[in-house]
Design a protein around this ligand. Structure first.
Ligand code: NI
Length: 215
């Protein structure tokens, strides 16, 4: 009996140990990507975009890989060729609950990093607003969203759980990014989706092809 318990305990430890840290393919994406990362699209990468993401552990949040991932995701969302208002980790090929959100509602309007982010509650009258997604080029849609949300997330400095009440445009960005982390896209919610000529023309100027080392 004791031996069985010991074997089960050791097996549990091995499984837990395997879950600590980024996977080899996640590490490869983090280390080999340029500072502007390849952004996954619904046309080429629907598997990663449709997979719900896993939380990041405290040790993963404190790892050098995490710092590099955040820095590259930030450079990517701010780059002229993407120029987004938010980005979620599945959009760079990594199924982890991590997003960068433009806090249009805060003074200085910073882009901020949210790990293990979730929507706790939504309220107010839903309105339809125009929305696009770096992973669904070159389309836009009219999407019903709530004007207010409460989000919870892990503070990446203190590792403490935090909550924030967000209103207006940033509340919509949080809804869009948390959808990504659940494997959903705005086109699942949109009433209308339309082709965006201006965005299509912009994309002709940049190379959006997937790097050869990425599977
Ligand atoms: Ni998006």
């Amino acid at each position: 009996m004791f031996r069985k318990i010991l074997i089960l305990f050791l097996a549990g430890c091995i499984v837990a140990a395997c879950r600590i840290g980024f996977t080899p393919s996640e590490r490869e994406i983090i280390s080999r990507s340029d500072s502007v990362m390849y952004v996954t699209t619904i046309w080429a990468d629907s598997a990663v975009l449709r997979t719900p993401s896993l939380d990041l552990s405290p040790s993963e949040l404190k790892s050098p890989e995490f710092q590099v991932l955040v820095s590259k995701m930030m450079t990517t969302v701010l780059s002229p060729e993407q120029d987004g208002v938010g980005i979620a980790a599945p959009q760079v090929g990594i199924n982890r609950r991590l997003a960068i959100v433009w806090r249009e509602d805060k003074s200085g309007q910073p882009f901020e990093v949210y790990a293990n982010v979730r929507i706790d509650s939504l309220w107010g009258e839903m309105t339809h607003g125009p929305e696009g997604c770096l992973s669904v080029p070159p389309y836009r849609g009219l999407v019903p969203r709530y004007p207010n949300v409460i989000v919870s997330y892990t503070d990446t400095s203190t590792l403490l759980c935090r909550r924030d009440t967000v209103r207006g445009y940033s509340a919509i960005i949080f809804q869009h990014e948390c959808d990504h982390l659940d494997g959903r896209l705005y086109i699942d919610r949109a009433d209308t989706v339309f082709y965006n000529d201006a965005w299509a023309r912009e994309r002709e100027q940049f190379d959006y092809s997937r790097p050869s080392w990425m599977k």
